[in-house]
Write a protein that binds this ligand. Structure first.
Ligand code: IPE
Ligand code: IPE
Ligand code: MG
Length: 254
């Protein structure tokens, strides 16, 4: 059997199989601090973080999560030193090189959202190849946010809508929440476009430009675990916390 970690109260949590969140989004944070605590270079933490992605993907898919969105690189992460950025651009290449056969076995379909055309060729190719290799899978969607930023996404959406209006395809009065959602990068996720649960690791409690529109009514769970230390026990604990919440959407308690 699996062992889910050290804390018995977490290992012992009983999840309601009928209320597993359909779309879980994760701000994978704390790789650099994890490495620094071990007196290793920051990129060592990114390498280990990649292993966490493999573990969490497998476990999320076993739990019956429909969409797992992982924030891997933000539009602001270009501000980091070139060496670190280059390392982060190589990671998807190494990740998919070693993990695509497992993804196929697990029936997981890879998708990506973000300004991918600004990524190096090799990164774009790795992502496109993984999307192609898994396109027939109909299990969990593993959705990577790569060079993603929510404000840039909203600006792009506004431009798209403005062009439709200019071309006479859409009237101003017809612009509604649906047309905005349609113009966002999560549109391909259809009924799962808004996360039910957002998890951020590493103790930081902010959104860092992630899914600002889509998180309007998501449940937020913050955990102190650094991303390389995140595992099945922490995912279960976050889902357990989610299952204790009362989602009212502005209405009244059920
Ligand atoms: C998250 O870890 C990974 C990315 C943002 C790419 P960080 O690199 O942000 O780690 P910390 O927050 O500096 O510890
Ligand atoms: C958010 O983490 C981006 C990703 C996890 C990819 P950051 O580490 O970049 O966020 P800030 O700078 O602490 O807000
Ligand atoms: Mg960080």
């Amino acid at each position: 059997m699996f062992s889910f970690g050290k804390k018995p109260q977490q290992d012992g949590v009983r999840l309601d199989p009928d209320r597993i969140p359909a779309h879980v989004a994760i701000i994978m944070d704390g790789n650099g601090r994890w490495a620094q605590q071990k007196h290793r270079p920051r990129v060592f933490g990114h390498r280990e973080g990649m292993e966490t992605v493999k573990r969490v993907t497998k476990y999320a898919s076993q739990l019956g999560i429909k969409v797992l969105t992982l924030y891997a690189f933000s539009t602001e992460n270009w501000k980091r030193p070139t060496g670190e950025v280059n390392y982060l651009m190589q990671l998807p290449v190494d990740f998919f090189d070693t993990f695509v056969p497992d993804l196929v076995k697990q029936n997981v379909r890879v998708q990506v959202m973000g300004y991918t055309q600004q990524l190096p060729e090799k990164t774009q190719k790795a992502v496109q190849d993984a999307i192609k290799a898994t396109e027939k899978n109909d299990g969990m969607i593993l959705n990577f946010a790569l060079n993603y930023g929510s404000r840039a996404e909203i600006v792009s959406a506004v431009k798209k809508i403005a062009l439709q209006v200019q071309a006479g395809q859409l009237s101003v009065d017809a612009i509604d929440e649906r047309s905005v959602a349609q113009a966002l990068m999560t549109a391909p996720l259809a009924q799962y476009s808004d996360p039910d649960l957002l998890i951020r690791t590493s103790g930081e409690e902010r959104l860092s430009n992630f899914l600002l529109w889509q998180l309007a009514y998501s449940e937020l769970v913050f955990t102190d675990a650094l991303w390389p230390d995140f595992g099945a026990a922490e995912l279960r604990a976050a889902i357990y916390a989610y299952q204790q919440r009362d989602r009212r959407f502005g209405g009244l308690k059920k």
